[in-house]
Design a protein around this ligand. Structure first.
Ligand code: ZN
Ligand code: ZN
Length: 229
């Protein structure tokens, strides 16, 4: 089997991340992963990128964590893919299949945030694949739940950073209710105490975002529970 991380952060782009993309790549390699999707917080989440810069410059800084992870991954034999974690009032959506150029050309995507379902539909019309991350995480910073069952492609039903198993149990019930495919990720933010485990297993290697998308939609992944619970 092949092991992949679908949800993780770097200190270059995520305000809450404390290890660089290169450090994260090495850690995942050490843990036996075959690849990782770097999904840093976008500007509407806990971003490390200064707000008062031109859009293109902000996107360049945003992509640094991924690019540094990829550069190291290429050297050590770890496949590194690009993703985005886009936030809407405490709800987090993992978006795969976009790239730096798309972000540069779409300088209005924070305005579209006024209506999250419009934004998700737009992203999907551009080829993006949307996973609702930890839809029932219930921490103080989340004032209410936002569910978009008709505008996402899959649901993260295991988030290995949670200590509360009911968050994941509710996510699974939600996904089953709407017949949405499952995914799993760790949401790790640093390489020094990355004890979460988590992610997915596949029988064939993932060599592109499309491989990941097709594996999720085809039910061809095994979900890793992680080490916390
Ligand atoms: Zn974070
Ligand atoms: Zn995250």
């Amino acid at each position: 089997m092949y092991k992949y991380e679908t949800h993780m952060h770097t200190s270059e782009a995520s305000g809450c991340g404390s290890s660089t993309g290169a450090e994260m790549a090495r850690k995942y390699k050490d843990e036996g992963y075959d690849g990782i999707f770097v999904t840093d917080h976008f500007f509407n989440g806990n971003s490390a990128v200064p707000r008062d810069l031109p859009w293109k410059k902000r996107i360049e800084l945003y992509c640094k964590g991924y690019e540094n992870a990829k550069e190291t991954g290429d050297k050590i034999g770890l496949d590194v893919f690009f993703g985005v974690e886009y936030t809407y009032h405490g709800a987090d959506f993992l978006i795969y299949g976009l790239d730096k150029q798309w972000l540069i050309e779409n300088g209005n995507i924070l305005d579209i945030e006024r209506d999250i379902s419009d934004f998700l539909n737009y992203v999907r019309s551009c080829g993006g694949f949307v996973v609702h991350a930890h839809p029932f995480r219930d921490y103080d910073y989340i004032k209410h739940f936002t569910l978009c069952p008709h505008n996402v492609d899959a649901v993260e039903i295991i988030n290995a950073s949670h200590h509360q198993k009911e968050f994941d149990e509710r996510a699974k019930i939600y996904a089953e209710w709407y017949n949405l495919p499952f995914t799993a990720g760790s949401d790790s933010h640093n390489a020094t105490d990355r004890y979460y485990g988590g992610g997915i297993l596949t029988e064939t290697p993932i060599k592109s975002f499309e491989d990941y998308r097709d594996a999720v939609l085809g039910g061809k992944i095994q979900l890793l529970k992680g080490n916390v619970l």
